[in-house]
Design a protein around this ligand. Structure first.
Ligand code: AMP
Length: 217
């Protein structure tokens, strides 16, 4: 099954994608993660996109479509792909349709995760991850059982994203409403959209996504 998780920054797409990877053998294709990896490894492209990302703006369609094309043509995903943070513009959505056709795959469903803006600000400004395994935490909503030690792997290094601050979040939210939210109508018109409440706790949202996927499996 190939799916898109659609929603504003902080909706919980990455958290839920990790569950689907563990439980359904799916592969998460997060363009945000790919771009951050390019920055860390210091590639030319990584250097080019760094300032744009920190400001909370979108990088060019050409770059992210190239990243997705590379994965779709080389990666093996027995349980299918989860598109997380892609597509973010109508041009990217059209490119994804064409790419899927090219590799002989189809998009099964798009799950829109609905969350209100006040919750997003709280979620984003307090979140951080384990530097070793990537497990997600939050200053108040999810703290490790033992302070400073990752519940999942015992790691003691944690990191926060450079763009998880209020200033850049404003730009990211505006980019979502201007450029990405039209995709809700686009996939609705294609008969592929399912909307779930992303405001509940992690397990409730997980169950809602499972319910949405059951309707197409
Ligand atoms: P994310 O991890 O999905 O929140 O993405 C972090 C940042 O990477 C975004 O604020 C953008 O600057 C950039 N980015 C990630 N995915 C895309 C995309 N599909 N199109 C354009 N920019 C993207």
């Amino acid at each position: 099954m190939n799916i898109i998780l659609l929603g504003p920054p902080g909706a919980g797409k990455g958290t839920q994608a990790r569950f689907l990877v563990e439980e359904r053998d799916m592969m998460q294709l997060s363009t945000g993660d790919m771009l951050r990896a390019a920055r860390t490894s210091g590639t030319e492209m990584g250097k080019k996109v760094a300032a744009v990302m920190d400001a909370g703006k979108l990088v060019t369609d050409e770059i992210v479509i190239g990243l997705i094309e590379e994965q779709l043509t080389t990666a093996k995903a027995p349980g299918g792909f989860i598109f997380d943070g892609f597509p973010r513009t109508l041009a990217q959505a059209d490119a994804l349709t064409a790419l899927m056709q090219k590799v002989g795959k189809k998009l099964d469903t798009v799950v829109e995760m609905r969350v209100d803006d006040a919750a997003l600000v709280e979620r984003i400004t307090g979140r951080y991850t384990c530097g070793t395994c990537g497990e997600g935490y939050h200053d108040t909503l999810k703290v490790p059982a033992k302070e400073g030690v990752c519940d999942n792997c015992g790691g003691t290094e944690f990191k926060r994203r450079a763009d998880d601050n209020e200033e850049s979040l404003k730009t990211r939210l505006m980019a979502y409403y201007k450029e990405t939210s039209p995709l809700i109508g686009y996939y609705y018109a294609k008969g592929q959209l399912q909307s779930i409440d992303g405001l509940g706790d992690i397990d409730e949202v997980k169950a809602a996504i499972a319910g949405a996927l059951d309707t197409v499996s």
